[in-house]
Each structure stands twice: as structure tokens, then as C-alpha cells.
Design a protein around this ligand. Structure first.
Ligand code: PLP
Length: 370
């Protein structure tokens, strides 16, 4: 299989698997137990927490582990609305379902939600953000790197606007951590280990001091009383190892992805259009379309490759991509779009051979259709 679906999930780094192994096999103590073994597990969790905190790179604050980024985003939004006397949320039409569906739910409970549009480049305008803000806004939720099209939102500038009206800034940095600079300004940052070569089943919410949301999950008072439930030392250690590697390999990963992208663009040739901004995007995401292509058929013709129609989070749901629609693409253009996601462990040879086969299959399809 050639794996080109890095936005859906990333391969687990061997260093991560090695770091996790003893915590799965032998070291089974409850990290919240007072025994020597429990304290050893708790110490390993704190090392992982510190590694995640360093990878985020924002000063101060603290990291709480969650089950995934979906939980972190639910917690940030619901827990902030719970503790605030303000009643409004401002977000963007191209956010992940973990934000948009949570906002829908909050709306059904009586809160007001403003969903800002994006331009054809996939970017929200600062003017629109500024116009949407007033002193009734409790929280502004904008992602750093879009999971479908890879565009980078101006999160730092938006945070300043949010703070001007006394609102908190929540950033979904799931696709951005280690790939693009983390802007200063967010009060809450949601992360997921499996997007950075870590294990599935663990995420995190970084919280600036004083911005902690009300707990979503109650029980034993773990995670500073903010998120109850026994932590998994294996998952926390794995997340930490992945975060550390992401920081250490940042420059090398960046250079590798630049090389891969330019090789892919050369092979694609002139028949493909990049969806969303060409300038403000993460280069490990090529969301592209070709006039007249039946992307679903292309994927089923190339079954030994993994790439995506749109968002892997929404795929299988049969829902058309809300992101491509928000960019103003017609249904036909959206159906002609594919997403190639590559990264640290993709080789140039496999990417070039995959792109050649994609181009050949697309041409053949269109030749047959002509
Ligand atoms: N936010 C973004 C931008 C994502 O890409 C994803 C996963 O695809 C999530 C949130 C949800 O992450 P998790 O799988 O950890 O729940």
C-alpha cells in the first residue's frame, strides 16, 4: 500500500512504539495509586505532559490529557459556555465537525453561534471576524491548519481581536502542531497524538492560566480535577515521545515535505487545480481537482493506495465536504477533488509513482468518458 492519507492519521513512529512498549506489557500500575509503581507511572506521565507542553511552545499554561482532540474541543466549548455569563460563540464554516457539531448542540441549548464564511482561498477575513465580535462573545474557535484543504488561518491576529472584546480564543491545532508555527494568542489549544505519529486514543487541551473550562467529565478528580478518569501511561508516554520527535525533527520534516510537494506538483502537470490558498497552506496537504474527474471512481480504481476524497472524518458519512462547499466549489468540482497527504515516512519514489498512476487513471477515465 502507498499511504497518502496523512491528514486522516499518521504512521506511529518506531521511537513512539518503543517508548510505549514497557507500559503496555509489564508496567501496569495505576498511575494514580500511591505505591512505588504507581508513582513511577505518574512520573512517566508527567514527562509526557512536559514533552507535549514544550512542543506547543506557548509560555505557561498547562496540558490536560483527553481521549482525543474531539473530546478536547467539546470540553473547551461546552466548558467555557458553562462558566461564562456571555452567550455567543464565533467560529468558521470550515472548522472540523468536532467544533461545528458541538456548536450546533450548544445552539440547541440556547446559545448563539456565528459561523463565519471563508473566501475561495479558504481563509476567514479579519474584517468579518472583527464585525462579528462584541462583548457577548465568550469564545472564538478557529483552527490553525484545515484538515481538508491545508490552509492556514490567521489565528494570532484573530486571537488579538477576540481579546479586545474580552473573549477567549480556542485553536484547533490538530493538523498544525509541529508543522507550522504555533501563533501566540490562543487561550485554549486542542491537540491529537495520532496526527503527529503518536498513538490513537489520546489528545490534549492546553489551557492558559485562568482559561480552564468547567469539567466535562466528573469522577475521581484526575487531571487537576478538570478531567476525571484513569490515565493510560502508555498513551501519555507515546504522545510525549511523538511530540518530542516532532520538535526535534521539525526542520528535517519540513525540508522533506517541500521536496515531496515539488516532486508531486511536477508530476501532476497543468491539468490539476489546488483547492484553497496556494500561498497560505501546509505543503503536506495537496487537495486538488481536475475538471470532469470522478474522484470516487479514481479511488476505487486505485485500491492499493490510500488517499482521500475529502475529509476522512466525514467520509463514510456520505456527507459532501462542507469545506469544499464553503470555498464555493460546485458539487461537480467537489466530486472531482482528491486529497493527497504525505509526510515524514513518505518516500519520493512512492509519491512520484502514486502520482503517475493517479494521472494515468484520471486520463484514462476521461478518455473513456469522452
Ligand atoms: N480537528 C481536526 C482539524 C482534525 O483533523 C481532527 C481529526 O481528523 C480532529 C479535530 C479530531 O481529532 P481526534 O481524531 O483526535 O478526535
Amino acid at each position: 500500500m502507498i499511504y497518502l492519507d496523512y491528514q486522516a492519521t499518521t504512521p506511529v513512529a518506531s521511537e513512539v512504539a518503543e517508548a510505549m512498549a514497557p507500559w503496555i506489557a509489564d508496567k501496569f500500575a495505576n498511575p494514580h495509586a500511591p505505591s512505588r509503581w504507581g508513582r513511577e507511572a505518574a512520573a512517566a506521565i508527567e514527562v509526557g505532559r512536559d514533552q507535549v507542553q514544550r512542543a506547543i511552545g506557548l509560555p505557561g499554561g498547562r496540558v490536560a490529557f483527553t481521549g482525543n482532540a474531539t473530546e478536547a474541543l467539546n470540553w473547551a466549548l461546552k466548558g467555557t459556555m458553562e462558566r461564562s455569563s456571555r452567550k455567543r460563540i464565533v467560529t468558521v464554516a470550515t472548522e472540523h465537525a468536532a467544533v461545528l457539531d458541538t456548536c450546533d448542540w450548544l445552539e440547541s441549548k440556547g446559545f448563539d453561534v456565528t459561523r463565519l464564511p471563508v473566501g475561495p482561498d479558504g481563509l476567514v477575513s479579519l474584517h468579518d471576524v472583527s464585525n462579528a465580535l462584541n462583548e457577548d462573545v465568550a469564545i472564538v474557535a478557529v483552527m490553525l491548519v484545515n484538515n481538508e484543504v491545508g490552509v492556514i488561518q490567521p489565528v494570532g491576529e484573530i486571537a488579538k481581536l477576540a481579546h479586545d472584546v474580552g473573549a477567549l480564543m480556542l485553536c484547533d491545532a490538530v493538523q498544525g502542531l509541529g508543522r507550522v508555527d504555533m501563533p501566540e494568542g490562543p487561550d485554549l489549544v486542542a491537540l491529537s497524538a495520532h496526527k503527529i505519529h503518536g498513538p490513537k486514543g489520546i489528545g490534549a487541551l492546553w489551557m492558559r492560566e485562568g482559561a480552564e473550562p468547567e469539567p466535562l467529565i466528573h469522577g475521581g478528580g484526575q487531571e487537576m480535577g478538570l478531567r476525571s478518569g484513569t490515565l493510560s501511561p502508555a498513551l501519555c508516554v507515546g504522545f510525549g515521545a511523538a511530540a518530542k520527535l516532532t520538535s526535534e525533527r521539525r526542520d528535517a520534516d519540513h525540508a522533506h515535505i517541500e521536496q515531496l510537494r515539488s516532486a508531486a506538483i511536477t508530476e501532476l502537470g497543468p491539468d490539476w487545480t489546488i483547492n484553497g490558498s496556494v500561498d497560505r497552506r501546509y505543503h503536506g496537504n495537496l487537495n486538488i481537482r481536475r475538471e470532469g474527474l470522478d474522484a470516487a471512481r479514481l479511488i476505487s480504481d486505485l485500491r492499493d493506495m490510500a488517499f482521500s476524497l475529502g475529509s476522512a472524518c466525514a467520509s463514510g458519512s456520505g456527507r459532501p465536504s462542507h469545506v469544499l462547499r464553503a470555498l464555493g466549489l460546485s458539487d461537480r468540482e467537489a466530486r472531482s477533488s482528491i486529497r493527497l497527504g504525505f509526510g515524514r515516512y513518505t518516500t519520493e519514489d512512492e509519491l512520484v509513482s502514486a502520482v503517475r498512476r493517479i494521472v494515468a487513471a484520471a486520463s484514462e477515465q476521461q478518455g473513456l468518458a469522452a
